[in-house]
Design a protein around this ligand. Structure first.
Ligand code: FMN
Ligand code: SF4
Ligand code: SF4
Length: 360
């Protein structure tokens, strides 16, 4: 297959998926193939030329979120038009780490399989499925990687992406993602749980502290428009995908993950409510009704999560309102691990982002 036009669509929080898309684009350029790199930012549009051009190749680049593709990209792929005789490939960036001299991979879960199934069902020919283990950006869970470590992971991933690109651009196929299929399938329940429930809970764990100067950079730059400024502070909507861009990019380092608040709220929902008498009685009746304890418990857990969503929304509104009081703001800061100096931000990918912007 000789491709004469390539469209690379990417969604990225902290620049990793974008870097991958650009590395692929560089290889296309070297091979004198016309290539366009297109960012998914708020409005999801498919370039009309993508549909018209013949002998085209389409690539999708996105981060892995909760063992699945980032929701914005899944939605985009779901809405993507059917284009006859078209080759597509999928690149998911994952949480790469480096322990001593060893590079540790992330986990894809459904991040490759689901987009591949959707694209295949639409009639596309999936010619490549490649995970790329760029630095983990989930700084709500761990401090950002040191710049040196991030740099060496980047160098390795650039080589891997370019090797993958060479193979695909020469008309070949590569399905590296399928090597971890058994593990990916084993964690499907977590992927589904994260997609249907977990991500909404995570969206309400961000706060800004008094260091915020109301510059609104976070609001303007959120790729899904999930932030609005309320009472001179950012307010996170449920549509937040926890891509980590706002937190890693805030010039005042004012955005934190409210660890203590999150712990208390989740403890109440997951441990305290299920131990109340009325809940135990409900469970007993439901187990009798269903006739299987395992199934009944799981259905009840899902029910608990769903009815907790309005509670989370209300608690978050109260927290947001209360941060205007200095003593609440102080408690927020002291109890958020992310506000301490040792808890680095991850902005290596975003710096590359700016570099490649200058190049363009
Ligand atoms: C909320 C969240 C969930 C994540 N889930 C996973 C995951 O399931 N598996 C994984 O390997 N990496 C996971 N990561 C790490 C990112 O996918 C990884 O760092 C990615 O390269 C970031 O790409 P970006 O800079 O383009 O946003 C997660 C990160 C965040 C913030
Ligand atoms: S949180 Fe940071 S980026 Fe957002 S308005 Fe405040 S200072 Fe600006
Ligand atoms: S609010 Fe922040 S973490 Fe959420 S999607 Fe927007 S930039 Fe990403």
């Amino acid at each position: 297959m000789n491709y004469n036009k390539i469209y690379l669509y990417y969604f990225s929080g902290t620049g990793n998926a974008r870097a991958s898309a650009y590395w692929f684009g560089e290889m296309a350029k070297e091979m004198n193939i016309d290539c366009e790199v297109i960012q998914l930012y708020r409005t999801i549009e498919v370039k009309q030329e993508t549909i018209i051009d013949e002998n085209r190749l389409i690539g999708f680049f996105f981060p892995t979120h909760g063992f699945n593709a980032a929701p914005a990209m899944l939605k985009f792929i779901w809405q993507f038009p059917r284009i006859k005789n078209t080759s597509v490939f999928i690149v998911n960036t994952r949480a790469g780490m480096k322990v001593s001299k060893l590079f540790a991979p992330g986990l894809s879960g459904l991040a490759q399989i689901l987009p591949a199934i959707i694209l295949r069902a639409k009639g596309f020919k999936v010619v490549g499925m490649q995970p790329i283990d760029l630095p983990s950006n989930w700084i709500s869970l761990h401090p950002g990687l040191k710049e040196k470590v991030a740099e060496s992971i980047f160098k390795r991933c650039e080589r891997i992406t370019k090797k993958f690109a060479t193979r695909i651009l020469n008309g070949g196929t590569k399905y590296k993602a399928l090597l971890s299929l058994p593990i990916d399938l084993a964690i499907v329940p977590i992927s589904i749980g994260y997609y249907c429930i977990g991500r909404f809970f995570l969206a309400k764990t961000f706060i800004s502290t008094k260091a915020c100067n109301d510059c609104a950079i976070c609001e303007q730059q959120c790729p899904v428009g999930a932030i609005s400024m309320k009472h001179e502070r950012p307010f996170w909507a449920f549509t937040c995908e926890s891509c980590m861009k706002c937190m890693n990019n805030c010039p005042k380092k004012a955005i934190q993950t409210a660890h203590l608040y999150t712990f208390i709220l989740w403890y109440l929902i997951l441990a305290v409510i299920p131990s109340f008498g009325f809940w135990l009685l409900l469970k007993q009746r439901f187990v009798e009704f269903v006739g299987n304890e395992w199934i009944a418990s799981n259905i009840l857990s899902i029910f608990l999560f769903i009815v907790s969503i309005p509670v989370v929304a209300l608690a978050y509104r109260i927290l947001h309102y209360a941060t205007r009081w200095k003593w609440i703001d102080d408690i927020d800061r002291f109890t958020s691990l992310t506000s301490y100096g040792f808890w680095r931000r991850y902005n290596f990918g975003l710096k590359q982002f700016r570099k490649s912007n200058r190049k363009a």
